[in-house]
Design a protein around this ligand. Structure first.
Ligand code: NDP
Length: 332
């Protein structure tokens, strides 16, 4: 049978463009003993994939030019010669960016039975949700009554950070790139939301939103957001450095904030983290998150693009603020 696959044509310079990607047809052979055939239903696009498009050493290997891309996906088994992976079961894998594939099941997990849409295993119940939970609980150690500032607060990670922050009894201040995103977060109970695109002075806006200062900053953006947070951090504040999306398309080395000395003066603790290093805690996270979702205490939002051919547009859309909640592509 034929599978459609998306390959990387060229390493993007600056903002990625659709011409950096191609969709190709690939003939799949018959499945052998111990293998099964998966039809992908959903795939994830994530900001970290931009880093994998650069040929450099990092915590994860770069994508190879001309090769099919990789990323989180949920698929259904449509043919099987594998006792543990029966036809009809749904699986979670890193084999996104393709319509079908054959595997021996290595690095695949069966999805549990759930009333939720299975795409949430790419979002609130998957890597982004786990990132939010890890950053707040294990890195920043947010406490009740503290003030939490969250950037990219409407996205896959940020929207969960805001909701968990509220559940943990924090006062939550958020930054987003549109009034529509700001309204949605306010409706959720976020105390103050700054639209960084229409704010002339982010540091002053944060100071007005959090006159009591910021105890924890959940960093998703970098640059001006980090500088504004440093200006407003309280003594002994913590910064969980999760991402710096404002810099992922930079073509020249970025200047750091000029107020780094606040790290000393305010005795700040700043810690970067990669969620995969905390995966041994996924069971604890998923149990709690499952309960919060079932009780309605956490709401899972997603933005859906339809069709594998839309995957590059969905990916590029992450850098244009096109998503609220998790950006996913529906394949079938
Ligand atoms: P999102 O769903 O938040 O999508 C990206 C959002 O970032 C956009 O919707 C946009 O929202 C905002 N954004 C894009 N460009 C800029 C910019 N130049 N300045 C400010 N905001 C911008 O993505 P994720 O939730 O998946 O990821 C959020 C961050 O967390 C990223 O930095 C990512 O790399 C990081 N991450 C880190 C992990 C780890 O293990 N450390 C794991 C997962 C994610 P808006 O309209 O508000 O601008």
């Amino acid at each position: 049978m034929n599978a459609q696959q998306i390959v990387l044509n060229a390493r993007p310079e600056g903002m990625p463009s659709k011409s950096d990607f191609s969709m190709i047809d690939a003939e799949l052979p018959a499945i052998k003993a111990g293998e099964f055939l998966v039809k992908n239903l959903w795939m994830s696009v994530d900001p970290y994939m931009r880093g994998r498009m650069i040929d450099r050493e990092s915590y994860i290997a770069p994508f190879a030019l001309g090769e099919v891309l990789e990323g989180g996906a949920i698929g259904e088994i449509i043919e099987s010669n594998h006792a543990d992976f029966p036809v009809g079961a749904k699986v979670n894998s890193m084999n996104g960016w393709r319509s079908h594939y054959i595997t021996d099941g290595r690095d695949h997990t069966l999805l549990p039975q759930t009333p939720l849409c299975e795409s949430h295993f790419l979002g609130v119940l998957g890597m982004p949700g786990m990132t939010a939970w890890t950053g707040l609980n294990r890195i920043a150690e947010l406490k009740q009554g503290e003030t939490l500032f969250v950037s990219a607060a409407s996205g896959a990670v940020g929207s969960v950070v805001c909701q968990l922050g509220l559940l943990m009894g924090a006062k939550v201040i958020a930054s987003v790139g549109s009034d529509e995103k700001a309204e949605a977060l306010s409706a959720m109970g976020v105390e103050q939301v700054i639209n960084y695109k229409t704010t002339a002075n982010l540091s002053a806006a944060l100071s007005a939103a959090a006159p009591q200062g910021v105890d924890v900053y959940f960093e998703n953006v970098g640059g001006e957001h980090l500088a504004a947070a440093l200006d407003n951090m309280n003594d002994h504040g913590r910064i969980a450095v999760c991402g710096m999306i404002s810099q992922y398309n930079d073509t020249a080395p970025t200047q750091g904030p000029s107020n780094l000395a606040y790290i000393i003066m305010k005795k700040l603790k700043i810690e970067g983290f990669i969620v995969s290093e905390h995966w041994q805690h996924y069971g604890e996270f998923s149990q709690q998150m499952g309960q919060w979702l079932a009780s309605g205490q956490v709401k899972a939002e997603q933005t859906i693009y339809e069709g594998l051919e839309q995957a590059p547009a969905a990916f590029i859309g992450l850098f244009e603020g096109k998503n609220r909640g998790k950006m996913v592509v529906k394949l079938a």
